[in-house]
Unconditional design. Sequence first.
Length: 95
Amino acid sequence: MSAKELAEGQHTLIVLEGIELLLVNIDNQYYAVENACSHDGGDLSEGEISGREITCPRHGARFCLKTGEVLCAPAFEDIEAYPVRVVDGRIQVGI
């Protein structure tokens, strides 16, 4: 995907190697996390993004978009975060 396709403040879903990922552009830094809450598998892409955190819309669990670390209950397990880089204007996510 071209970096120009994901403007600052936007997010999108991508599928790589069968894994659904949430790709986010915050202050022109790109983050990729699995798109499933570790509490109940809820779709994180529908959640609210604030700073570098995302809140699950189902039960309010929060996660760090940079590391995948769980920040508040009801989730207690981190989600997977993937390395992201931009090369020649293209976003690359490491799986």
